[in-house]
Design a protein around this ligand. Structure first.
Ligand SMILES: Cc1cc2nc3c(=O)[nH]c(=O)nc-3n(C[C@H](O)[C@H](O)[C@H](O)COP(=O)(O)OP(=O)(O)OC[C@H]3O[C@@H](n4cnc5c(N)ncnc54)[C@H](O)[C@@H]3O)c2cc1C
Length: 400
């Protein structure tokens, strides 16, 4: 009889849920006993609720991954907003300037560049697909200790129960408890920026376009929502973010209309607001024997290109594939050489994106006139170079 392996996924954000959903499909699932635990209450999505504050730009390739686990139809039929264009411009220019960058789905022969979806809806889609899967999902279950015992990890839960795992998959977010408890160090690059997030009603239609304006204090992203509103992610100084958080709706609307150069006319606040400190963080290792980090537990990046969740979901896909092939080969899925295949495939790719976002943020937040000139030249070159544009769009589409 084949051996069964106990896998514990720590964290039920999109990354942890996707990892569990992928592992629970396919022939390898018969060899796995999967438990997913999350400290928070079970997320509940209701179409009667107003649009949630946290939304993500989900690349077309990532949407295909949701489809592969049977979670996309629910998301798409509920309220995902497809966007088919992206427009990027600098604070020194007008949105109409020829120096700005513009991408169109038609140029790359794809139906859309991606979708803007509430994070809680993505979680709900994955939870629905896990309903019929052999996965023991436990919310309101905090991990309070973890220690190595021979070739397993023993996990102690806040309700005093213990779980022994042949493989722990830490998907417990940017401040991962598991990562620090097992002693994996991180490198950090603080940005001194805070992301202010809210929804607004624009005076003019958003035209299913994702807009991004680079300001000296940080980028402003304007994402189209299904009901005609837009979601704004305004990365700015902590002091401005604090002022924006405290401002009344009229004042915040004015601040964001100015910051957006009124590209969609006046913006009227039409939703809750929140602020998230921004930091780039990268784990020194993604794996130990019997343990792997995925998603924000492994890497946190600047939200400016909307890539964080997409990268975490690519980690989930690669780790699930590595575990599946180990089981096919009769190998232990927690062996370090097996898990190193995952680390080799993902750590470099994530580091490249993390440094690219850090570099782009710096390039646009500098006051230097020389850098300003280089920026303009760079954007012109980018606009005229077919291969560079195509490469950038492939990354954004998640089909690289
Ligand atoms: C303002 C902003 C905008 C963004 N926009 C985008 C975007 O447009 N596109 C995009 O791709 N990404 C975006 N991101 C990034 C994206 O939100 C994150 O990368 C993604 O949500 C990380 O998911 P995760 O599942 O790895 O971690 P999390 O969502 O943080 O989930 C971690 C889970 O672990 C649980 N947990 C923590 N500790 C414990 C414990 N001790 N025991 C048990 N459970 C525990 C938590 O309850 C939580 O549910 C944005 C980020 C920010 C801040």
């Amino acid at each position: 009889m084949r051996r069964r392996y106990d896998i514990v996924v720590a964290g039920g954000g999109v990354t942890g849920l996707m990892t569990a959903a992928l592992l629970a499909r396919g022939p390898q699932s018969a060899s796995l006993h999967i438990t997913l635990v999350d400290a928070a209450p079970r997320p509940v999505f209701s179409p009667d609720d107003d649009m949630a504050l946290r939304v993500s730009a989900i690349a077309t390739g990532t949407a295909d991954m949701f489809d592969s686990v049977g979670a996309w139809d629910f998301v798409a039929d509920t309220r995902a907003c497809a966007y088919d264009a992206m427009h990027v411009w600098d604070a020194n220019d007008t949105p109409e300037s020829k120096i700005g960058l513009h991408f169109d789905a038609a140029e790359f022969a794809v139906p859309q560049l991606g979708f803007i979806v509430e994070n809680v809806l993505l979680q709900q889609g994955l939870l629905n697909s896990l309903d019929d899967a052999p996965v023991d999902v436990r919310f309101e279950t905090r991990i309070r200790a973890i220690r190595k015992i021979a070739r397993q990890f023993r996990i102690e839960l806040a309700d005093d129960t213990m779980l022994d795992a042949d493989l722990v998959i830490a998907a417990d977010g940017a401040r991962s408890f598991v990562r620090s408890a097992v002693g994996i160090e991180t490198s950090e690059w603080p940005y001194e920026q805070t992301a202010l997030v809210t929804h607004l009603q624009p005076e003019r239609p958003h035209r299913a376009t994702a807009w991004q304006r680079f300001l000296r204090e940080g980028p402003l992203g304007i994402l189209p929502l299904d009901d005609g509103r837009v979601s704004v992610v305004w990365s700015t100084t902590p002091a401005i973010a604090e002022r924006a958080l405290r401002a009344d709706d009229d004042e915040l609307g004015r601040m964001l209309s100015d910051a957006s150069d009124c590209v969609l006319g006046r913006l009227k606040v039409a939703g809750p607001r929140g602020a998230f400190p921004i930091c780039a963080r990268h784990a020194e290792h993604y794996v130990l024997p019997n343990l792997a980090l995925v998603g924000d537990a492994a890497h946190a990046i600047h939200p400016l290109a909307g890539q964080g969740a997409n990268l975490g979901l690519q980690d989930a896909a690669k780790l699930a594939a590595v575990v599946a092939s180990a089981i096919r080969e009769g190998r232990h899925p927690g062996d370090r050489p097996v898990l190193r295949r995952y680390e080799r495939a993902r750590r470099g790719a994530n580091a490249t994106m993390l440094h690219l976002m850090t570099g782009l943020n710096r390039l646009f937040t500098t006051d230097s006139a020389l850098i300003g000139e280089l920026r303009t030249v760079g954007m012109r070159v980018f606009n005229r170079s077919g291969p560079i544009r195509e490469r950038a769009v492939k990354v954004a589409l998640g089909v690289n």
